[in-house]
Design a protein around this ligand. Structure first.
Ligand code: IMP
Ligand code: MG
Length: 174
């Protein structure tokens, strides 16, 4: 049972593959030297990250982050809590934080604050989708896959109540 049906395909499998390849090339060119650690924010980034790293043509390491999420009506003024903290050392490395979609940017801002304290050589964000409505994001998003419409999107890792993550394209539920 898939629950709600998708309304419209926003990005096809082919469009995603082409754009992810370009992003990989952009990232490869942006890091000519140093150690690169690609940090995927779970769960939403898992498919994007696995495709992206195969399009990056330079040595890198992969690790993941699991952050606590806030409930629908909960506003938190505290720091985001890490439920899984990367085992890899961050100090002195180029850190590329990979996110599925930037919406309000709240989670990302708190995570970036926290990661910055670990003294990486550089710290950048790569988001597959960006709604450009992020009022709470105080960091720039260095690499963006698509400027997304302000609709609820699922597929290619993105979920609605944990469903739809496995769909190979990105669709709107609205
Ligand atoms: P933010 O902290 O408000 O930017 O929330 C970002 C997180 O909310 C993303 O990592 C997604 O897990 C989730 N999210 C935001 N917009 C969507 C959407 O359109 N579809 C699926 N998940 C979304
Ligand atoms: Mg989610």
């Amino acid at each position: 049972m898939l629950g709600r049906a998708v309304r419209r395909i926003v990005y096809t499998k082919e469009q995603i593959a082409a754009r992810v390849k370009e992003l990989g090339e952009e990232i490869t060119a942006s890091y000519p030297d140093g150690e690169l650690l690609v940090l995927g924010l779970l769960k939403g980034s898992f498919i994007f990250l696995s495709d992206l790293v195969r399009d990056i043509g330079r040595p890198l390491q992969v690790d993941f982050l699991v952050a606590s999420s806030y409930g629908e009506s909960t506003t938190s003024s505290g720091l985001v809590r890490l439920l899984y903290d990367p085992e890899t050392q961050l100090e002195g490395k180029h850190i590329l934080l990979v996110e599925d979609i930037v919406d309000t940017g709240r989670t990302l801002t708190r995570l970036m604050d926290l990661l910055q304290e670990r003294r990486p050589q550089s710290l950048e964000i790569c988001a597959l989708l960006h709604k450009h409505i992020a009022t709470e994001l105080t960091y720039p998003t260095r690499f963006i896959g698509f400027d997304a419409p302000n609709e609820f999107l699922v597929g290619y890792g993105l979920d609605h109540a944990e469903n739809f993550r496995h769909i190979p394209y990105i669709a709107s539920l609205q």
